[in-house]
Design a protein around this ligand. Structure first.
Ligand code: FE2
Length: 261
């Protein structure tokens, strides 16, 4: 049984706040993209709280999921500072780096086993394309939860940047040409997911995001997605692409199975 008490959650918050700010500039101000990640981290903590609460987890378990939500992207700060990008393939795997950072710098003296293992594994694997086979059953619920919370917030971050014409700030390399790259839909239909190596336009990116819905784990996550109107928004953005219909059908089926079963 994993327990995380209130003091440990508050220590996690304090540590995250001070560690992330070691990457801030003058006046403790972050560059815009790190500010986005900083705010994302706290929102993922809140989403973890909401999902775990709706799942009726115990209070210590909810707090554990909050701490993981808050810490999941800690690797983003050194990644961006060293490489100037959030693109893992051309820099470093930010889940792996997050785990390294935590091993080295987190105040573990306040946390007894098995908490460190749960936190470290969830951070390391939050961004992997699929959850590796044989993952410890005790870690799985937390890992699945942070993966859901993370995706739910990134949907909103991207949507907000698109709606305010700032998507180039968020995804600097992306082309705004209104087309979906050849091969992407085929890859999705065959594998149910797509790799970022096939992404060059914003519509490609939104198509990949649409497939994230296939990977959501918990019913409350699907409910939040519905409440946010995420799928409708994605469908509207991709409406010019005839081939996207097949992807939306797959996704719709998955949503249906999770909101009405
Ligand atoms: Fe991440």
């Amino acid at each position: 049984m994993i327990v995380l008490n209130r003091l440990q959650l508050s220590i996690s918050r304090q540590w995250f706040d001070s560690y992330s700010h070691t990457f801030a500039g003058e006046g403790m101000i972050f560059v815009p993209l790190l500010q986005v990640k900083y705010e994302h981290s706290f929102r993922v903590e809140k989403l973890a709280y909401r999902i775990a609460g709706e799942l009726e987890w115990s209070e210590p378990d909810i707090r554990c999921s909050q701490a993981i939500g808050l810490l999941h992207d800690v690797g983003r700060f050194p990644q961006y500072t060293e490489f100037g990008t959030f693109y893992d393939p051309s820099s470093v795997d930010h889940g792996d780096l997050g785990q390294e950072v935590l091993i080295k710098d987190f105040p573990w003296e306040y946390f007894d086993e098995p908490l460190p293992l749960k936190i470290l594994s969830s951070v390391k694997y939050h961004n992997k394309r699929i959850i590796p086979e044989g993952m410890d059953e005790e870690i799985l619920p937390y890992l699945k939860l942070v993966r859901d919370a993370d995706k739910l917030d990134v949907f909103e971050v991207v949507r907000e940047h698109v709606s305010t014409d700032r998507v180039k700030d968020l995804l600097p390399g992306i082309s705004l040409e209104e087309k979906v790259s050849e091969g992407l839909v085929r890859e999705i239909e065959q594998r149910g997911s797509a790799s970022y190596s096939n992404v060059s336009t914003l519509l490609d990116f939104l198509m990949v995001q649409t497939t994230w819905i296939l990977d959501l784990n918990y019913h409350p996550s699907f409910r939040i997605l519905e409440a946010n109107g995420t799928l409708e928004w994605l469908r509207e953005q991709l409406s010019s692409d005839a081939a996207s219909g097949a992807v939306f059908e797959m996704v719709q089926e998955r949503i249906h199975g999770n909101t009405f079963s």
